[in-house]
Design a binder for this molecule. Structure first.
Ligand code: HEM
Ligand code: HEM
Length: 182
């Protein structure tokens, strides 16, 4: 079924979850790799990486909006009964924080590009500049984008670790309810 139930996630939420997991992890890996490439001269590899990173980063922003709308318009599957309250609060807190990251990362990237005076293109369309060219703001936004990325890595490790622990140690339904199948 397409919609969520109290027992499990529906097909749309599952597709968005795994598509975005791959996309976000790829964007983090690419971001870390490309920002270490040297700036000297005209580094074609670095420029190409940045162009694709921006394009797919904005795609992630669009998917985040679809996903948020879907989440608000659907029931939220229950967490497994057996866990203590603090774990339920922690799990919901991490999930909500992910929504924050899914917007804050691409928006800080877009602001960063505008501050640098470099337009953002998505599949041929030029997006508006969000703020005026300003070198100081640009430096601040690079830092912000970078630390948001590092924090997201920490949250992913925590979240995936908890999911695997539920699946292999507690052997409950946590992971199964967000995997395709019955
Ligand atoms: C969910 C989406 C995104 C994620 C997860 C992400 C993640 C990252 C990460 C981890 C870095 C490396 C930071 C560092 O070590 O310095 C990075 C760099 C960068 N990102 Fe993103 N990013 C996203 C979206 C965007 C968007 C939408 C743009 C622009 C429109 C953008 C522009 C950049 C640029 C220009 C850099 C290189 C900064 C430098 O030269 O140091 N990013 N990104
Ligand atoms: C960038 C990576 C990831 C992000 C941003 C992310 C985000 C989320 C969010 C926001 C939810 C809550 C449901 C929703 O609103 O869609 C969720 C649920 C879940 N995720 Fe992830 N996820 C990521 C990667 C992973 C990985 C790698 C695993 C498994 C190893 C995983 C396992 C789960 C499970 C089992 C649930 C269901 C939790 C429950 O409701 O009991 N996620 N994820």
């Amino acid at each position: 079924m397409l919609m969520n139930t109290h027992q499990r996630y529906g097909a749309v939420a599952i597709a968005l979850h795994w598509l975005m997991a791959v996309l976000l992890i790829a964007l983090i890996a690419q971001g870390l790799y490309m920002s270490d490439l040297p700036d000297v001269g005209f580094n074609k590899e670095k420029i190409l990486h940045i162009v694709y990173h921006k394009e797919y980063g904005i795609l992630a922003l669009g998917l985040a909006a679809v996903r948020l709308a879907w989440r608000v318009g659907n029931v939220l599957p229950d967490l497994v009964e057996e866990i203590p309250d603090w774990q339920k609060v922690a799990a919901r807190f991490v999930h909500l924080s992910f929504y924050g990251f899914m917007f804050a990362l691409p928006i800080s990237g877009w602001l960063m590009s505008s501050a640098a005076g470099i337009p953002v293109y998505v599949f041929g369309f030029r997006l508006p500049d969000l703020i005026a060219h300003n070198e100081y703001r640009f430096q601040q936004l690079i830092e912000m984008h970078k630390w948001l990325g590092y924090a997201l890595i920490g949250f992913i490790v925590l979240h995936a670790g908890a999911a695997l622990r539920h699946h292999f140690l507690s052997r409950d339904n946590t992971l199964k309810k967000i995997l395709p199948g019955k």
